[in-house]
Design a protein around this ligand. Structure first.
Ligand code: NAP
Ligand code: F7E
Length: 339
């Protein structure tokens, strides 16, 4: 019997979103393929638990030949381009690699689709960082794009090219302009996971080699037992990644390609995240957090707040997880992991 399942190809499958999306699509009986970078020690990242259910293709967004070859072989119905150097702070340290992987990487996928599988539907992972320095609050699909860091500039290239390829070549390329979304699978380089890991490590009294590694390859707690953070006043619209992958799928199932803002419409500060996470483990954050200006950025973005009324109205999507539930989920997951 021929396999009639729909075929999806995911770049960035080992990342936070790639793993939730793979689970979501497998649940819907898709055949899931993923682009996997070859490392000296093979690593399946967040999809290690699914490695027998996913077909992996070794490759890289830097290599257009491999992208075309895999599309020809896999013939995907849907492509989700989630692969990117996704860290804003890191993008100042690696601006050229960011431009290449995050910006040109997307363009290489669009070219491969144009030349090899023009009937595939393509989702491009755009970001609220596109709005960067905007003075307009909240932001929707019509808000002018004003990037403020190398990551956002690379994503802007990918975003504009998605629109250009859609209009010029009649390809089905949609973008999801997603605001921050987090989960227990978030890399500890990002502030929310750094805080949940830090609160739990302090609660459990972890020391030395038992401490998880966070941003900059350093233990999450410093030698004095404190959690070092940068700008506590920074504001973000934080949602749960598991809710957002459903939006990606809905976006590709609309009858025409388009751009879609996805977020909760609620902002919180880094300080409020600390307060909520430490109180989950019965601690007062002010006793444990210190400022390290090293984690400040040359320019800060925001406040970035989503006006997601379009996707709510047309596709019926809405976030299911509150800020409080998100923080609690992350802290309790780290508690059971580290206990
Ligand atoms: P993530 O956890 O950092 O995952 C990034 C993924 O990209 C990893 O699987 C990584 O593979 C892969 N990758 C990086 N460079 C690559 C290359 N040259 N070739 C192939 N794969 C490469 O990111 P995420 O949070 O899941 O986000 C998914 C996408 O959404 C990203 O494009 C991100 O920029 C965008 N986005 C995220 C958010 C958010 O709040 N999470 C919001 C808006 C947009 P390795 O495991 O090999 O490193
Ligand atoms: O920073 C402040 C920092 O690194 C959030 C990516 O998924 O979302 C993410 O980018 C805020 C910033 O995420 C620390 O200054 C304070 O204002 O967790 P973050 P991000 O930069 O918002 C967007 C939408 C994406 O598209 C990206 O791919 O937190 N902050 N102290 C800190 N941030 C970090 N990382 N570490 C600190 O110690």
């Amino acid at each position: 019997m021929p396999d009639k399942r729909k075929i999806a190809f995911i770049t960035g499958i080992t990342g936070q979103d790639g793993s939730y999306l793979a689970e979501f699509l497998l649940e819907k009986n898709y055949k899931v393929h993923g682009l996997l970078r070859r490392n000296s020690n093979p690593s399946y990242g967040n999809v290690a638990h699914l490695r027998h259910e996913i077909e992996f293709s070794f490759g890289d967004l830097a290599d257009p030949a491999c992208l075309s070859m895999y599309l020809a072989k896999i013939q995907p119905d849907e492509i989700y381009n989630l692969g990117a150097l996704s860290h804003v702070h890191e993008s100042w340290l690696q601006p050229l690699a960011t431009a290449d992987q995050t910006g040109l990487g997307a363009l290489r996928i669009y070219e491969a689709v144009r030349n090899v599988t023009p009937r595939s539907r393509l989702y491009q992972a755009s970001t609220s960082e596109l709005f960067g320095k905007t003075k307009i609050i909240p932001q929707n699909e019509d808000t002018p794009i004003h990037p403020a860091n190398p990551y956002a500039a690379a994503k802007a290239l990918a975003h504009f090219d998605a629109q250009i390829y859609r209009e010029s070549f009649k390809l089905f390329i949609s973008t999801g302009i997603l605001f921050n979304h987090e989960s227990p699978r978030r890399s500890p380089d990002f502030v929310t996971r750094k805080i949940s890991l830090g609160a739990v490590a302090i609660k459990l009294g972890l020391k030395g080699g038992r401490l998880p590694i966070a941003q900059g390859g350093r233990p999450v707690i410093n030698a004095l037992g404190k959690l070092e953070l940068g700008n506590l006043d920074a504001q973000r619209d934080w949602g749960f990644a598991g809710d957002y992958v459903e939006a990606m799928w809905l976006i590709l199932h609309h009858d025409r390609p388009d751009d879609w803002v996805v977020g909760t419409g609620q902002v919180h500060t880094v300080r409020q995240f600390c307060e909520a996470a430490f109180s989950e483990v019965g601690l007062n954050w002010q006793d444990h957090v210190v400022i390290n200006p090293e984690w400040n950025r040359p320019t800060e973005t925001g406040p970035l707040v989503a006006d997601a009324s379009k996707i709510k109205r047309i596709l019926g999507w809405k976030p299911k997880t509150s800020f409080k539930q998100l923080v609690s989920m992350m802290v309790h997951s780290d508690l059971s992991r580290l206990s």
